[in-house]
Ligand binder design. Structure first.
Ligand code: PEP
Ligand code: MG
Length: 315
């Protein structure tokens, strides 16, 4: 049914009863913030830094990197900006790394794993972020992609601190990391769930394949179980757990995520109004109740139906 969408004025993300859910945006460069109304937006929840490295045969130097990061920090004013360190490999091949050809690149050297082979690339990037952060009002945080184990998370957080970046978190994109979320939060300051990759790895369904869309679906109850586990760990630790994959941009799913205990939703800027409106239509208790019922669903179709029924004023 077509929703009766009364336009909601731009403002902070919250449920009908005022429980805050930070709304943030995903960007690849400062240009992505041009013309975006950031009223009420908590900042940039995912700054994908790959753009700077694309098509390069050498790593961009520290000055060039710092200048590019500073532009995004400036555009964000005094808001938070979460810089994701280079996520190369698999669906984001980068020639300058000269990574070995692999039969299964999505399971090979990608994301943070690149740092094992090329530690200098990560250190240079973190130093450039720290330098750019020193000159702005933005609250700068960093996070690593494709973390699989607490040891990897700890190492990343330690290196970030060494580079002068105490606000260091990790992405949860691998089921093993979701299962160990509580342990990872011992050192990490926050978690940000990348549901695109988490769905891929939880359901063993290639995100680049068009043959498995039914499996590659963040509404899969197994994916939402993993999200719930992370959110519980975050609540216990008093730390923020966000979602920055496409799932956060789905206005039907956003209240479910909030009900699971997710405290931040980061999305393409154009998705903000619908997600903001969807949260405002429900109390937190309604979100939590919906989340509980969605977790008990057998499949994504049943889960979506539960959310639609609630949205349209059903039981
Ligand atoms: C994700 O995997 O959900 C994510 C946000 O990262 P990317 O889409 O850049 O892999
Ligand atoms: Mg990812």
């Amino acid at each position: 049914a077509a929703a009766r969408e009364a336009p909601v004025p731009a403002g902070p993300g919250r449920t009908a009863d005022g429980r805050p859910v930070d709304l943030m945006v995903n960007v690849g460069s400062a240009a992505d913030l041009d013309g975006v109304d950031l009223t009420g937006v908590a900042g940039v929840g995912l700054f994908r830094t790959e753009f700077l490295f694309l098509g390069r045969h050498e790593q961009p130097g520290p000055d060039e990197q710092a200048a590019a990061y500073a532009k995004v920090f400036e555009a964000a004013g005094d808001r938070t900006v979460v810089v994701r360190t280079l996520d190369a490999g698999a669906d984001k091949p980068l020639p300058f790394l000269r990574l070995p050809g692999e039969p299964n690149p999505a399971l090979g050297v990608r994301g943070l794993r690149v740092a094992r082979r090329r530690p200098g690339v990560l250190r240079t990037q973190l130093e450039a972020v720290a330098r750019a952060a020193a000159g702005t009002r933005a609250r700068v945080a960093v996070m690593a992609p494709m973390v699989s184990t607490p040891a990897e998370a700890d190492e990343f957080v330690a290196l970030a601190r060494e580079c002068g970046l105490p606000a260091a978190g990790v992405m949860i994109e691998v089921p093993a990391a979701a299962l160990r979320a509580a342990r990872i939060l011992r050192e990490a300051e926050f978690l940000s769930i990348g549901t695109n990759d988490l769905s891929q790895y939880a359901l063993a369904a290639d995100r680049q394949s068009s043959d498995v869309p039914d499996l590659l679906d963040p509404w899969q109850p197994a994916v939402l179980d993993l999200v719930a586990r992370c959110a519980e760990a975050g609540a216990a630790a008093g730390k923020s757990v966000g979602v920055c994959g496409e799932a956060a941009a789905d206005p039907l799913l956003a209240p479910v995520l909030a009900g699971l205990g997710v405290t931040r939703l980061s999305m393409a800027p154009r998705a903000l109004p619908a997600v903001r409106a969807a949260l405002l239509r429900r109390t937190f208790a309604e979100c939590a109740d919906l989340a509980e019922r969605v977790l008990a669903a057998d499949d994504p179709a049943e889960a979506r139906e539960l959310a639609r029924t609630q949205q349209n004023g059903g039981a």
